[in-house]
Write a protein of this length. Structure first.
Length: 325
């Protein structure tokens, strides 16, 4: 083969690889789909994310109030449900009945999910495993049993341990927050006693998660937390998380500048997804000036992706977005 023909063949091969690489990248990428209250926006009560491994394993993280129960058409199949802690906006004490009701700042969540929770209702219908740390598994096992489900589908993974489901590895990590169960999730005299005393039932400390996907992507889900030493020593140094879902809401968790310190100086991932902003962060899909989300994007040293509801992002094993961002 002469040099000109060789060059033409090489060019054709390179051209073909360029055309195919995005599709090939998506096939090997982890897909992340936010399930918020308003389509195409990042709103005040948005917490829920679906992660889909390249092998098809699907994980729902913190269903909260913006998933319209088990019949929400956006859910699809769910294999694993993760709960960072028992506060109503994460486990789901109420829920939307449809997207786009109310405003982005104040979505309508008229349907009560008590005493079971949005999380349990979804897990029962989808026959999913609820995977939690701390002392939460016993609580969820009782809820599953009460709903006619299998209590063994509530599984434990504690800090320092590991559990594999669908070729995806999970562990929990400490979070600096609170984790009381509201009496409204309970029934009988205990619920009445706790409500009268103005306290909740303890199910141990709250958690974050580190998930290792089959394509090598390592994701840190912060849950609700302040700055912790483990964000560097465990999440960054040991697991090497290259994608972080970071709470930025302030007052109850890290605010924009503290969250930026976590990702810039402690973990140093390739990419970050902003979470738990407690604000109407976007309008027409664009981040609004003067918001916490805008401040976090300004302070962070890496790519920050805004979780617009219903818009799927895909991440390669190196933590970088390959489509949808």
């Amino acid at each position: 083969m002469n040099g000109r023909v060789t060059s033409l063949v090489t060019a054709a091969v390179l051209s073909t690889s360029i055309v195919l690489s995005p599709a090939m990248a998506d096939d090997q990428a982890v897909k992340v789909t936010p399930l918020g209250s308003h389509d195409g926006e990042f709103c005040s009560r948005d917490r829920a994310l679906i992660f889909e491994d390249p092998n098809g394993t699907r994980i729902l993280y913190d269903a909260g109030r913006t998933v319209a129960g088990a019949d929400d058409p956006r859910l699809g199949d769910i294999d694993v449900v993760l709960v960072s802690h028992m506060h109503g906006d994460h486990v789901g004490d109420q829920r939307i009945t449809a997207t786009n009701a109310g405003t982005c700042a104040s979505p309508e969540t008229p349907e009560s999910a008590l005493p079971q929770s949005n999380t349990v209702d979804i897990a029962l219908e989808k026959k999913a495993t609820i995977l939690t740390g701390s002392e939460m598994p016993a609580f969820f096992a009782a809820k599953l049993k009460n709903g006619g489900g299998d209590p063994s589908k509530s599984a434990l993974v504690r800090f320092g341990a590991n559990r594999t489901i669908g070729d995806v590895d999970f562990t929990t990590v400490p979070a600096a927050h609170s984790n009381g169960v509201s009496p409204s999730f309970l029934t009988g005299p205990l619920a009445d006693y706790l409500a009268a005393a103005g306290v909740g039932a303890s199910v141990g400390p709250p958690t974050g998660y580190v998930i290792t996907f089959s394509n090598g992507l390592v994701v840190y889900l912060s849950g609700d937390t302040g700055i912790t030493a483990e964000q560097k020593t465990v999440v960054g140094d040991y697991y090497g998380a290259n994608l972080v879902v970071m709470n930025i809401g302030d007052t109850f968790t890290t605010g924009p500048s503290q969250a930026a310190h976590v990702v810039n100086d402690l973990i140093r991932p390739a990419s970050v997804i902003a979470s738990h902003a407690n604000e109407a962060a976007t309008e027409n899909g664009k981040v609004k000036k003067g918001t916490r989300t805008a401040a976090f994007i300004e302070h962070a040293n890496m790519a920050v992706h805004v979780p617009l509801s219903g818009q799927t992002m895909a991440f390669g094993g190196n933590g970088k977005c390959v489509s949808g961002c």
